[in-house]
Design a protein around this ligand. Structure first.
Ligand code: NFS
Ligand code: SF4
Length: 657
């Protein structure tokens, strides 16, 4: 008897439950009509593995894989005897290693490019920001007076190479860490030597049968993560600024409406800005524009997504089509004539969606090829060989557009590009550029504290919703918000990155924003630009009045919708730097275990920051504000805030009278 195989109906959740991004909602509806599957659908039909979600399994050797019981975490150990704390700590450490490797490898690409530019082997890029070159060189003790740019740049290269290759000693940017914070790192043995060494050692120590003390593993996690934040990521940011320009505020357009039906649309999605910079050259090439026009297009429209997009958004005001959870749906518009990717956060699912809409999906980096995508190798020695070719492929696709085009009419305007240098200038003015006014406003209570809200979007959380609600809650409570990566795009789409959004802020923050003319939410770039937040925090400590270490500052961080290992590494370097860092969505750990208590409580007692976790944006805000207030009390500036708020309500009463 033939047995009918029961196929389970694929679950489809209402699009309103999946995202608050209207453009993404519209495209999800269209995808369903078109029979196209996205990560939202796959997430609904893929129950997250509960054992993995608790990090209660180990596959570090073939005596296992072993799985422990999250309900009774100490009831069982692995075949080798590994306890739940060892297993969770090792799994966590490997995420830190992978995430840190991603950022540091990205930074290394920038450094490779810098070296080749400096020694004259590459001519397509130049040093766009010599001031930044000098200031970075000075910050790590390189002599700049009476020296040529080339001499300074050569020294800078040689110094920064140590960030990666050094075997003994401290990474160069350790010099930027506030003295007392650095002292504590030295005492704990977590000052990074070189990123390669730290990642190697962490991988070694998490191998079967090596480090089996969760506290000791956590120390190496911190050291490795710090090699990312104060190493690889900071190198990526600083070198990108030197080569491509330091961002300053620009008005930009965000959302899928930046695609143009009558133009050749090219999306660049990924992380390393060199590809995008060269793409900008190619789309402005007169011969290619002519070709596009001959194909019937009004022009070539270059658009960014994810962190690549965030890099050029803050430097060149290139429009941005959306964050991580919109990369598949943007193809559903049918209007994308080429999507060009390099490394990181590129869903393999893009291949199928691109195929459905006849969009060329082009990989460009030898480190990231995807089965079914076209590979055009990007070579910095001849960058336009690749990027011109992408444009040609896009023009060809434009000529042969088959798919019905439907572009959501949604464009949001905002201001982004607040580098730490600019924050300095903006608050201090050109004559007394410094963090003094920021510190003063924190001390006098107008600004309650500073929060970094960063990170991904994740189909297991309603896209953008937690980011937006959390940030609204924070600014309402006078907390100034700094943003990077996909989170920044969520807030841009919600219209909170304009100076007018100051009306959503509490009275103190509102007053500061209105005086300076800035939004209450400052977009500062891509995820490697989280290093700008570290520098800003160091400046705040150095400026004085807010304690001696980063851990003393009334600041907190959050990645409410994170998904990547990079985010875990970022979280760990913020924690190790002294910041209370709250993650949302999920946390790979079993509550109330020793490792949990170590990350969530004990690290703080060692002079670091600590981790927090909550899924509700209001609960996350409560945790962050609670921490900020605790720091204000410890600094003895809690009363000032009560006064300033009283002043302001008094004044409002007077105004009303
Ligand atoms: Ni950051 Fe950037 Fe976005 Fe997450 Fe991915 S693009 S490096 S990892 S998803 S914020
Ligand atoms: Fe199991 Fe230990 Fe091997 Fe992990 S290392 S798989 S816990 S035996």
């Amino acid at each position: 008897m033939a047995i009918e195989k029961k196929t389970k109906e694929a679950k489809q959740l209402p699009v309103r439950d999946l995202t608050i991004c209207e453009a993404t909602q519209q495209m999800l509806e269209k995808a369903r009509l078109d029979g196209v599957e996205t990560a939202f659908d796959r997430a609904a039909n893929m129950k997250a593995c509960p054992i993995g979600a608790d990090s209660a399994c180990c596959k570090h050797c073939m005596m296992g894989p072993c799985r422990l019981n999250a309900k009774d975490p100490y009831g069982k150990v692995g075949v080798c005897g590994a306890t739940i704390d060892t297993i969770m700590a090792r799994n966590f450490a490997r995420m830190v290693a992978a995430g840190g490797a991603a950022h540091t490898d990205h930074g290394m690409s920038m450094l490779d490019l810098f070296r080749e530019v400096v020694n004259g082997h590459i001519k397509d890029y130049t040093i766009k920001d010599p001031h930044k070159l000098e200031s970075v060189a000075q910050s790590i003790g390189i002599e700049t007076q009476d020296r040529t740019l080339k001499q300074i740049a050569t020294d800078l290269y040689n110094e920064l190479e140590r960030t990666y290759t050094q075997v003994e000693g401290e990474i160069p940017f350790a010099k930027r860490v506030p003295e007392k914070t650095l002292e504590n790192w030295r005492k704990r043995g977590v000052v990074p030597r070189g990123a390669m060494r730290e990642i190697m050692e962490l991988m070694h120590r998490t191998h079967m049968g090596v480090d089996q003390d969760y506290e000791n593993i956590t120390l190496q996690c911190s050291r490795t993560a710090l090699a990312d934040g104060w190493g690889g990521s900071m190198v990526a940011t600083e070198i990108s600024d030197i080569l491509f320009g330091t961002p300053s505020p620009v008005g930009i357009e965000v959302n899928m409406g930046v695609l143009k039906e009558n133009q050749v649309n090219i999306i660049v999605h990924g992380h390393e800005p060199n590809l995008f910079e060269s793409m900008i050259e190619s789309v402005n090439e007169p011969s290619l524009i002519k070709e596009a026009k001959a194909a019937g297009a009004m022009g070539i429209n270059l658009v960014g997504m994810c962190c690549s997009g965030a890099e050029v958004l803050v430097r060149h005001a290139i429009p941005h089509a959306g964050n991580f959870m919109s990369t598949e749906t943007v193809l559903v518009t049918g209007a994308v004539d080429a999507m060009c990717v390099d490394v990181q956060c590129i869903k393999q699912g893009l291949v199928k969606v691109a195929e459905c809409y006849n969009t060329p999906l082009i990989t460009t980096n030898p480190r990231c090829k995807i089965e079914g995508a076209t590979h055009l190798n990007f070579e910095e020695h001849d960058p336009k060989a690749c990027t011109d070719n992408v444009v040609i492929k896009a023009i060809t696709r434009f000529k042969n557009r088959k798919a019905k085009i439907q572009i959501p009419r949604k464009v949001d305007i905002g201001v982004h590009g607040f580098s730490h240098e600019y924050i300095n200038y903006m608050l201090g003015g050109s004559f007394r550029a410094s963090y003094t006014p920021l510190n003063e406003n924190i001390i006098n209570g107008r600004i309650r504290g500073v929060a970094g809200v960063v990170g991904c979007t994740n189909p297991r959380t309603k896209q953008d919703w937690v980011h937006v609600e959390l940030v609204k809650e924070l600014i309402k409570n006078d907390v100034l918000v700094l943003q990077t990566g996909c989170s920044q795009i969520a807030l841009a789409k919600a219209g909170l990155t304009t100076p007018e959004a100051a009306h959503l802020a509490g009275p103190g923050l509102k007053e500061v924003c209105e005086t300076v003319g800035m939004p209450p939410v400052l977009g500062i770039g891509s995820c490697v630009d989280n290093s700008r937040i570290l520098i800003a925090a160091s400046e705040m400590v150095r400026t004085g009045g807010l304690g001696d270490t980063i851990a003393d500052l009334p600041v907190a961080g959050c990645a409410p919708e994170y998904m990547s290992e990079k985010a875990i590494c970022i979280g760990q370097y913020f924690v190790a730097s002294g910041v209370f860092t709250v993650f949302g969505t999920t946390f790979p750990i079993i509550k109330e275990t020793k490792f949990y208590k170590h990350l969530f409580q004990d690290l703080e007692k060692l002079g670091f920051g600590k981790w927090g976790f909550a899924t509700s944006p209001y609960e996350i805000a409560r945790l962050m504000i609670g921490h900020i207030d605790k720091k204000r009390i410890e600094l003895g500036i809690d009363k000032a805030r009560e006064r300033v708020l009283m002043d302001m309500s008094d004044r409002r009463d007077i105004d009303a009278a």
